[in-house]
Design a protein around this ligand. Structure first.
Ligand code: DX5
Ligand code: ZN
Length: 223
């Protein structure tokens, strides 16, 4: 069955003084990606649950929360309770990812597991049966506007293969350095969801940038 690419603009590249307007500017997107950073798991600090709740109340697009934080068990269920569509935690930061996935799902969201570029997929395959999304980081987490790391694509290919053969049922998401020059490689490798920060919010017309990225991804998807 043909898959449809999903585009998730990252609010990290938006104007933080105008978040409601910035959410409105990407109303054609599939998800709005919300990067939570705590200055511990990653060096950068962004926004947390109160800001997410404020954006959730006005966003025309479901929120995709990416928690780049230590001790995600403390916060992740709160994002789900606040109405996030998907809540992703980092494998490297979780003490009991299976229990956390259960809590996120019980609070009404999809549960996502993220892997940094240097983290292998294979040790997490069994665990991923309890998750709905797999976020393959295609840059080191922490900042927008970095260069895409093509060496992460074998993980995307392997995940696609496992989904296509019925061994996993996750959406495969890529995050970092996704733009007009790189989205086709990621789509050809098998990603379903494409996070794009600077490529969408840095464009004169974010709506057109979303449509163009979606068309490129759709044309490059296998099958
Ligand atoms: C990086 C974040 C990304 C970031 C992507 O740690 O997880 O979501 O916003 O930004 P671009 O698309 O500019 O690389
Ligand atoms: Zn992200």
């Amino acid at each position: 069955m043909a898959r449809t690419p999903m585009i998730a603009p990252s609010l990290l590249s938006a104007d933080f003084a105008r978040l409601a307007d910035e959410a409105q500017r990407v109303a054609d997107a599939d998800w709005l990606h919300f990067d939570v950073m705590d200055a511990h798991f990653v060096p950068n600090l962004t926004f947390g649950l109160p800001v997410m709740q404020a954006v959730q109340a006005v966003s025309p697009v479901p929120l995709d929360c990416h928690l780049m934080i230590e001790a995600p068990e403390r916060w992740a269920p709160g994002y789900a309770e606040a109405g996030a569509r998907n809540v992703t935690v980092h494998a490297e930061a979780c003490s009991d990812p299976r229990a956390l996935a259960r809590d996120i799902r019980a609070a009404g969201a999809l549960a996502g597991l993220a892997l940094k570029p240097g983290t292998d997929l294979d040790p997490y395959l069994d665990l991923l049966r309890d998750f709905d999304t797999l976020l393959v980081m295609t840059v080191e987490p922490g900042f927008g506007g970095q260069e895409f790391i093509a060496a992460t694509l074998p993980k995307v290919r392997r995940a696609r293969e496992l989904v296509d053969t019925g061994h996993l049922t996750v959406l495969v998401e890529v995050d970092g350095g996704i733009n007009a020059d790189t989205i086709e490689q990621a789509a050809a490798a098998g990603a379903d969801v494409f996070v794009a920060g600077s490529a969408v919010y840095g464009a004169d017309d974010p709506g057109r940038a979303i449509a163009a990225l979606r068309a490129q991804a759709a044309a490059a998807m296998p099958g």
